[in-house]
Design a protein around this ligand. Sequence first.
Ligand SMILES: *Cc1c(COP(=O)(O)O)cnc(C)c1O
Length: 378
Amino acid sequence: MIPLSIPHLSGNEWNYVKECLDTGWVSSAGAFVERFESEVAKYVESPYAIAAINGTGALHIALQLMDVQQGDYVIVPDLTFVASCNAIRYTGADPLLMDIDPETWQLDLDLLENFLQEQTIRNQDGTCRFRRDDRIIRAIMPVHVLGNMVDMHRLMALARKHGLAVVEDATEALGSTCQGQHAGTFGDMGCFSFNGNKIITTGGGGMIVTNDQKLAKRAKHLTTQAKVSTEEYIHDEIGYNYRLVNILAAIGVAQMEQLPSFVLHKQEMDAYYRRHLAGVGDIEFQQISSGISSNGWLFTVRTRRMRELLHFLNEQGVQSRPFWMPMHQLPMFASSPYIQTGNQADQVYQTALSIPSSTQLQETDWARVVETIRSFFN
Ligand SMILES: *Cc1c(COP(=O)(O)O)cnc(C)c1O
């Protein structure tokens, strides 16, 4: 089986984990957590990084710190992994689903701009309200789907104009940039994931980045049970046990050492697939806008024969998977508002298929994937 996207642990993971085991520093204290935080901060050029239990927990904390609360809305693309919307729900808010651009498969910024212009009003207190029900729209959560990005400068300008906070779901986009600036560092807060299928992994883990020292302190506080004293058990608010343990951070430090080479490898793979799959059947690629550099996390194509091709590839030992079912089709979010232009999210969902993108794969593997896809269309 040529794997879709699996962990690649060929660096210092074993040494650093051994160090944790030898010294007994396996749990919530230990030097690797801070080291991992500072490595990620340095890499994405953000002043602050706060480790978290996973990407979903990171999103939850970031939203809470943006003051997202019961009854609010958070604008989020309809085509995303369910965790984006689940994190919104954890705060008591509801997702305000927005359609995507059918070429880039990201939040449709023209639609967003039009929506904010036509369907919201700015209240006396500065809050942005959805005209339909007068509820507060507190934030936008752009999701950098597959490592691609929208023009984040444009998105930030729209958000600021309408008084909205921005939490970036950059869980798939570590290493992606917009005009040279890293995904996750445009918004008030950005979140990464180190789940097993992501570009680097700690088994499970996450990270919040921010430019704001106060928010960084608050994020650390909330992810570590809101303890106010190092000695005594005194807590000043409801906190969470969302810390990343040292033994996992140790894996993260080793993975960060390899991240630049992983990004290069994925980008080479991306170029290879685009070159060799161009013109095969009715295959179309995700469009990457100028100024964006994608980390090429998970190569995905569109074809009208997606279901057939999916089964064929999996039978042939080429691991493939469909996209996420759009959020408006899930029972939990079926009653959330969905702002759309011809339901592009569904059209992409019906046709998109991800193919093997693991960093272990070499050109011979890519060639086999391409040959198998060609044989399907012949
Ligand atoms: C992976 C992912 C998450 C959640 O990250 P976990 O670490 O698995 O909790 C959230 N949003 C998107 C778009 C993801 O791909």
